[in-house]
Design a protein around this ligand. Structure first.
Ligand SMILES: Nc1ncnc2c1ncn2[C@@H]1O[C@H](COP(=O)(O)OP(=O)(O)O)[C@@H](O)[C@H]1O
Ligand SMILES: O=C(O)C1=C[C@@H](OP(=O)(O)O)[C@@H](O)[C@H](O)C1
Ligand SMILES: [Mg+2]
Length: 172
């Protein structure tokens, strides 16, 4: 029986990974997972609380464990958190276990799409635009390194992006 392929979404906060991932899973009749949601399900605590109590390092350890577990599955769409690619083992794991799609979007859109949602600890201190630019400097090369496909999400709806991914990727 041929292994059912996985699709992993990477990209910055506000690129649409969690939203587009769910649409994509529906379109392809695959199971959807979101690493943040899985961490919260397993811990019974929200991301902000984990950052507060265990620091970013504690969060990253949980994120790595969850991604390792979820990427053992077959036939899933996984929306990762924006910082997951900073871990080389995670990048290698994603590359080995599925198709990686980098959802690319401008800083302006990242700011606009995250400003109402206060659940991202890294954006609660300092100017979000400045923080997102600094993160992009470090992370964009890592998104590009791990990506099999790069999709721009600036000027199309989440559903339209999901449809574009379906039409573009070679799943089998
Ligand atoms: N292509 C898009 N166009 C407009 N808004 C979007 C798009 N993709 C996602 N959004 C909105 O942006 C916000 C952040 O999306 P989310 O999926 O949480 O991004 P991420 O998981 O990459 O941080 C949500 O309110 C979502 O509805
Ligand atoms: O970029 C980051 O370091 C983070 C992104 C978030 O996920 P989204 O990219 O889905 O917002 C979440 O994992 C946490 O707040 C840290
Ligand atoms: Mg998300």
């Amino acid at each position: 029986m041929a292994e059912k392929r996985n699709i992993f979404l990477v990209g910055p906060m506000g690129a649409g990974k969690s939203t587009i991932g769910r649409h994509l899973a529906d379109e392809l009749h695959l199971e959807f997972f979101d690493s943040d949601q899985e961490i919260e399900r397993r811990t019974g605590a929200d991301i902000a609380w984990i950052f507060d109590l265990e620091g970013e390092d504690g969060f990253r350890k949980r994120e790595e464990n969850v991604i390792y577990d979820l990427t053992d599955k077959q036939g899933i769409v996984l929306a990762t958190g924006g910082g997951s690619v900073m871990n080389k083992d995670v990048r290698n794991r994603l590359s080995a276990r599925g198709i990686v799609v980098y959802l690319q979007t401008t800083i302006d859109k990242q700011v606009a799409r995250t400003q109402r949602d206060k659940r991202r600890p890294l954006l609660q201190h300092g100017e979000p635009e400045t923080v997102l630019r600094e993160l992009a400097e470090v992370r964009n090369p890592l998104y590009e390194e791990v990506a099999d496909y790069v999709i721009d999400t600036d000027d199309q709806s989440a559903r339209a992006v999901a449809n574009q991914i379906v039409s573009k990727i070679d799943l089998f």
